[in-house]
Design a protein around this ligand. Sequence first.
Ligand SMILES: Cc1cc2nc3c(=O)[nH]c(=O)nc-3n(C[C@H](O)[C@H](O)[C@H](O)COP(=O)(O)OP(=O)(O)OC[C@H]3O[C@@H](n4cnc5c(N)ncnc54)[C@H](O)[C@@H]3O)c2cc1C
Length: 288
Amino acid sequence: MALDFEWIEPESLEEVKQALSSGDIGTRIVSGGTALSLIMKQGIYSPERLVSLKRVKQQLNYIKADELGNLYIGCMTTLRDMELSPLVQKLAPVIIDALHHVANPRIRYVASIGGNLSHGDAHLDLPPILLAMGAKIKAESTTEERWIELKDFFHGYYETSLEPSEILTEVFIPKQDNRLIGTYMKYTTLSNDDWPTLGVAAFLRIEDGIVSEIRLVVSAVTDVPTQLTEVEEMLWGKSLDEELIEKAALRAYDIVEPLEDLRGSVWYKKEMVKVHIRRVLNQLLLEA
Ligand SMILES: Cc1cc2nc3c(=O)[nH]c(=O)nc-3n(C[C@H](O)[C@H](O)[C@H](O)COP(=O)(O)OP(=O)(O)OC[C@H]3O[C@@H](n4cnc5c(N)ncnc54)[C@H](O)[C@@H]3O)c2cc1C
């Protein structure tokens, strides 16, 4: 397959937006290129023009926090920079734990958070965690700047609410309540560093023995990260015990409609959802 496209390297964010402004779907941004190069080699996508962010990396590579503890991460920040960040460790340790198991260090050194989210691939580890944390992203074009909640961002396989004329410039992660305990459970059926067969992000707060906050998001089994609001509602205001955890796991089994792929059949993935919702809730209960 011939790979024939124009390659441009804008010198400023304004020039990047200008390069995207026609809204042509043949024009794409390249950040780390780790995901884009794969879908190009597989013939899934053939760009006419690639807009590299290489020369604007400095401007878009940062991790900052405000006085309230909200995190702001520039789109060109690599997964490795996040993994090594004391700020992320302090304010969002679940992300650090998850990043240790994303691909391998070589990939993490070049893959960016902007690319990880914009790719819209359900088999990625950060989207469910960030969704469960209530994150949002900033999208910019020559004409507009808007914030999109992550829960509204993913539309389907490789589909997000970004317009072709927009660049994702920043990720905002709100301060999490200190009493909230979180975890991300990644289950792989192939090698240990493979894309997940199932990812479960969960955050729980228990006050006076009662669930006062719960967030459960599953990913990889479905085409978009999916918040299990029905299961969450079963748990709110209740005392979390073995019986309730079992009911929640069975409800998750009923609700989630997995897609079959090389990592497992529909039946198998449903079973894994049940097993991992049970595991994740038991783990959080032990830590609470
Ligand atoms: C071998 C391998 C194993 C992997 N395993 C895992 C894993 O286990 N878990 C996991 O989570 N990930 C895994 N990944 C995926 C990796 O995390 C993603 O490839 C990476 O995060 C994408 O980032 P990138 O900067 O390379 O994006 P790119 O490849 O540059 O871009 C990806 C897509 O996003 C678009 N894009 C990029 N940046 C922006 C932006 N700022 N605004 C708008 N659009 C943008 C591009 O146009 C493209 O469509 C793996 C990748 C490889 C190659």
